[in-house]
Design a protein around this ligand. Structure first.
Ligand SMILES: NC(=O)c1ccc[n+]([C@@H]2O[C@H](COP(=O)([O-])OP(=O)(O)OC[C@H]3O[C@@H](n4cnc5c(N)ncnc54)[C@H](OP(=O)(O)O)[C@@H]3O)[C@@H](O)[C@H]2O)c1
Length: 257
């Protein structure tokens, strides 16, 4: 994820290579980063970090405890900390780092292709100008949504963070159905992918509610209606909603808040 941001900032000329420090502890990954030539490659306790305007924390949450003291050593009071670590709250970050200019963001995997959705929240001491600055950075990877209430980041995690996996799950079920009806997997995959892509564009362009859009496909007594009747009878809608609420609850559990 750190690399995704480095690449996106360079692509949009937000920073130059000479302004980018890539902190990585793993030696083979450091060699890889050097070869990529995106910026200077350093260790997390490098004093140069003290000159940074913004630090992005993009390690796994379980690695943060080890990283925090190294970062803390070189924090300048004006630096903005942007954390994308799942489940570590702004208050926890503030306590670990003894620093309050903190923004916490929850991106999702389509950031890799510039089509991400990132929800974010800020510590009360972060100024509007700082929020806008970070929003501009996050927007290099897709769309953003600001949440005044940090607790809603658990809902962001459950909806857009995990959302790509729900989508893959549904696609896989549709492809399995295609195979059961006698289609080659590759053909079923093409049909399903193109259908979802086309339907997404209709959703974005049509001035209709989801119920109206369903009605445009599902005529009375027809095939689509037959399928949706089975989905309803077997509780698919409820299962999806319950699953997403369970994801939110799990996020709260993992964060211990
Ligand atoms: N991937 C997603 O779609 C997604 C979405 C939302 C949020 N996030 C969050 O983004 C964060 C990063 O996820 P990821 O998938 O990019 O993880 P990742 O591929 O494991 O990247 C983390 C990198 O940080 C390195 N690292 C660990 N400790 C370090 C230290 N002390 N100093 C410098 N580098 C250190 C790791 O090295 P080693 O390999 O040697 O440990 C690894 O190269 C996670 O906190 C995750 O919760 C990810």
């Amino acid at each position: 994820m750190g690399l995704v941001y480095a690449r996106a900032f360079l692509r949009y000329n937000i920073v130059s290579k000479s302004e980018l420090l890539l902190a990585e502890k793993n030696e083979s990954r450091r060699d890889h980063l050097l070869q990529l030539d995106l910026g200077e490659v350093v260790l997390a306790d490098d004093p140069k970090i003290s000159q940074s305007e913004l630090i992005i924390l993009a390690v796994k949450p379980q690695d943060f405890h080890e990283l925090a003291p190294k970062i803390k050593m070189n924090l300048n009071p004006n630096v903005i900390i942007l954390s994308i670590m799942a489940g570590i709250t702004i208050t926890q970050l503030e306590n670990y780092l003894a620093h309050s200019t903190i923004i916490r963001a929850m991106p999702n995997s389509p950031v890799e292709v510039g089509m991400g959705m990132t929800g974010f929240s800020a510590h009360a001491s972060v100024t509007m100008a700082q929020v806008h600055k970070v929003e501009n950075l996050l927007a290099t990877t897709g769309r953003t949504a600001y949440f005044e209430n940090e607790n809603l980041l658990n809902a962001v995690t459950a909806l857009s963070g995990s959302g790509p996996a729900y989508f893959y799950y549904i696609l896989r079920a549709m492809i399995d159905a295609g195979k059961q009806m006698g289609m080659e997997e590759t053909t079923a995959t093409t049909l399903v992918k193109q259908t979802m892509l086309g339907a997404f564009h209709l959703v974005n362009n049509a001035d209709k509610s989801f119920d109206e859009l369903i009605k445009t496909v599902a005529s009375k007594g027809g095939t689509t209606e037959a399928a949706i009747k089975v989905f309803e009878e077997q509780g698919l809608h409820k299962a999806l909603v319950d699953g997403i609420l369970r994801a939110e609850a799990r996020g709260i559990e993992l964060a211990g808040n």
